[in-house]
Design a protein around this ligand. Structure first.
Ligand SMILES: Cc1cc2nc3c(=O)[nH]c(=O)nc-3n(C[C@H](O)[C@H](O)[C@H](O)COP(=O)(O)OP(=O)(O)OC[C@H]3O[C@@H](n4cnc5c(N)ncnc54)[C@H](O)[C@@H]3O)c2cc1C
Length: 592
């Protein structure tokens, strides 16, 4: 537990202390043990079946899901009264991270435990949970989530599937086609969204054996080939009225709240996948010789290894900080609270901005990592026999599902502005202060004794730069800012990188007293390397946004402010990169 209960996006307007964040170093023995069980399961049970799974032997996937059930891995988020473990989100994310080494299987696992199971957990009636939850968390049944349609993906509420009450009032007749459904071909229970009377968007629990439900052929995909992706076709599918989930017309709440969870878990999962790819890249670089020496000795390769390590350190710091934020808030909600799951959902929704950040940031770190791991492999990176080729293909989907990265980026400033208008975040007041700072020349004296003094000064500046951009944007466009997507995307990039830099820096600061000299140097190096890269991106996004918003003297003034507020003294950067690369190459591990 940390001490202060933060509001969503509050990090943008306040200083955060190292002791106020959760980090992977805070895991309890129980959490570590669950993480290890997951890892052993992947190594011993899933990886030996990799080729069979990639060749669509889905019986093996179902068997493995059963084994996950026996190990308790499917019941982490399920309530105790229905046989679940009801553990915290940090544990749930650790499992998502560790299972990710299993490639395609992890997609089946995530869809089942996340979007497949959670609608029932959060919105099911006691009777519905009694009927289905036990079978789902034991792995006897597999679950799937059917929101997307051929004509509606990002615009999920534009769905055309309909639900019509039968004349005898006993059934809803569902009609329509659901597209790209993970676990489609072997799931036993589908959460299906359809509009009652073509108007009221509503969720239903639909059994596979339902009359009128059929499964389309497997999609042939670029990556994650061992996961099942099919259409689910509903032709007067006869669903008992008791299987309506939640309330009529409130399906959007289910769809979107469950996606928040999907997003932070995806953040954890892709961070795990990035670690795995990194280690493969490091080992190859040590083995492969050119010009008589291992390629790992070349600065070009060392720089890749250090940038990847630092990026993953930031991703890991960010996702587990988010786990802590959510867990701290959920811990304040008593199980006796009437409408417990409403309060619980609101607790998670508070951090919908950070959930979107985790999804975008971590999936793009994985994208950078797999790209560089292919490059480290040279021509062999392009050849199927080597794992880098599979990492590269499997990565791509993460920037598309659980809301595309564009949609998630747009959500970030969108929610910030909405909350600011409702008075929940004092954005305008803080923006005014940032404008005052812009007008006032200042000299920041750094504390030489603080290894992160430069990063702290930078973060103060970056937050001011964000406030100036957000404030100027709102001043210029008012309500119409929601249509200025290019500007919103740039603002999102600033908010994302600020959260990432701060998470990495605070974690390293918290770790430092517990580390020996060399490990301290690695942690400081990771922060320096990552901060330099992310500060450059933030500065570019800020400048771009300034050009989108202003012109003339105002533009000149804002650009000067951005220059001041994004200034980062990265002295020692080259040494930091080499320190990090050498430590990673020597240990052939992700070193944190
Ligand atoms: C392998 C796989 C598994 C999947 N699993 C599931 C599942 O289990 N259940 C499920 O329901 N769905 C699933 N999906 C669907 C997935 O969530 C959607 O593909 C995704 O949400 C994008 O929708 P779309 O494909 O229709 O793209 P579109 O929405 O058509 O988007 C196309 C492009 O336009 C951009 N765009 C769209 N709208 C906007 C906007 N308003 N502003 C700016 N840019 C915009 C997008 O970012 C994207 O770049 C899966 C998809 C795949 C490929």
């Amino acid at each position: 537990m940390t001490t202060r209960l933060f509001k969503g996006a509050e990090y943008l307007i306040t200083e955060v202390n190292k002791d106020e964040i959760f980090t992977p170093e805070d895991f309890t023995d129980e959490q570590k043990q669950i993480g290890n069980t997951t890892e052993q399961f992947v190594l011993n049970e899933v990886l030996p079946l990799r080729d069979e799974i990639e060749n669509h032997n889905f019986d093996k996937v179902v068997e493995l899901m059963n084994k996950c059930g026996e190990l308790g891995l499917l019941m982490i988020d399920a309530p105790e009264e229905y046989g679940g473990l009801e553990l915290d989100k940090a544990t749930s994310m650790l499992v998502a991270e560790r299972i990710s080494h299993s490639g395609s299987f992890s997609v089946a696992f995530s869809a089942h435990t996340g979007i497949g199971t959670l609608p029932l957990v959060y919105y099911g009636t006691p009777a519905q949970k009694e009927q289905y939850l036990g079978r789902i968390i034991s792995g006897e049944w597999v679950a799937a989530y059917c929101l997307t349609e051929p004509g509606s993906g990002s615009d999920a509420l534009g769905a055309l599937a309909t639900a019509t009450l039968s004349e005898d009032g006993k059934y809803y007749l569902l009609n329509g086609t659901k597209q790209f459904i993970t676990n489609g071909s072997f799931a036993n229970l589908y959460t299906v969204f359809a509009k009652i009377d073509r108007e009221h968007f509503t969720a239903f629990l639909v059994e596979r054996t339902t009359e009128g439900l059929s499964v389309g052929p497997e999609e042939k995909k670029l990556g994650i080939k061992g996961s099942s992706t099919t259409q689910i076709i509903l032709d007067n599918a006869k669903v008992p009225v008791e299987n309506l989930l939640g309330e009529i017309g409130k399906g959007h709440k289910i769809a979107f709240n469950v996606l928040n969870v999907g997003r932070f878990k995806l953040g954890a999962a892709v961070t795990g996948a990035a670690k795995h790819a990194l280690v493969t890249g490091i080992k190859y670089a040590n083995e492969r010789k050119q010009f008589g020496v291992p390629i790992a000795s070349f600065g070009a390769i060392r720089e890749k290894i250090s940038d990847m390590t630092a990026g993953i350190f930031a991703a890991e710091s960010l996702v587990y900080r988010l786990a802590g934020l959510i867990d701290d808030r959920l811990a304040t909600i008593s199980k006796e609270t009437p409408d417990y799951y409403d309060a619980y959902q609101q607790g998670i929704e508070e951090y919908s901005i950070e959930c979107a950040i985790a999804k975008v940031f971590c999936s793009e770190i994985l994208a950078d990592v797999v790209d560089e791991v292919v490059q480290i492999h040279g021509g062999y990176g392009f050849i199927q026999e080597y794992p880098a080729e599979g990492f590269y293909r499997d990565e791509r989907i993460n920037r598309i599902f659980e809301g595309t990265n564009e949609i998630n980026r747009l959500l970030i400033p969108g929610i910030i502005l909405r909350r600011s208008m409702k008075g929940e975040i004092p954005l305008q007041k803080e923006a005014m202060k940032a404008f005052e700072a812009l007008m006032t020349p200042s000299f920041v004296e750094l504390d030489d004794a603080d290894p992160f003094a430069r990063e702290k000064a930078l973060l103060t500046g970056l937050k001011q730069a964000f406030l100036i951009i957000a404030g100027s944007g709102v001043q210029k466009y008012m309500d119409a800012i929601k249509d200025e997507q290019e500007l919103l995307l740039a603002a999102a990039d600033m908010a994302i990188n600020i959260f990432a830099i701060e998470s990495a820096m605070l974690r390293a600061e918290k770790m430092l007293p517990t580390l020996s000299g060399a490990k301290q140097a690695n942690a400081i190096a990771a922060v320096r390397v990552f901060t330099f890269n992310a500060a450059e991106k933030t500065a570019t996004a800020a400048r771009k946004a300034a050009f989108f918003i202003e012109e003339g003297d105002n533009l000149t003034m804002i650009l000067a402010g951005i220059r001041r507020f994004t200034k980062y003294d990265a002295s020692g950067l080259l040494q930091a990169k080499r320190t990090l690369a050498d430590a990673a190459s020597a240990s052939e591990k992700y070193i944190f």
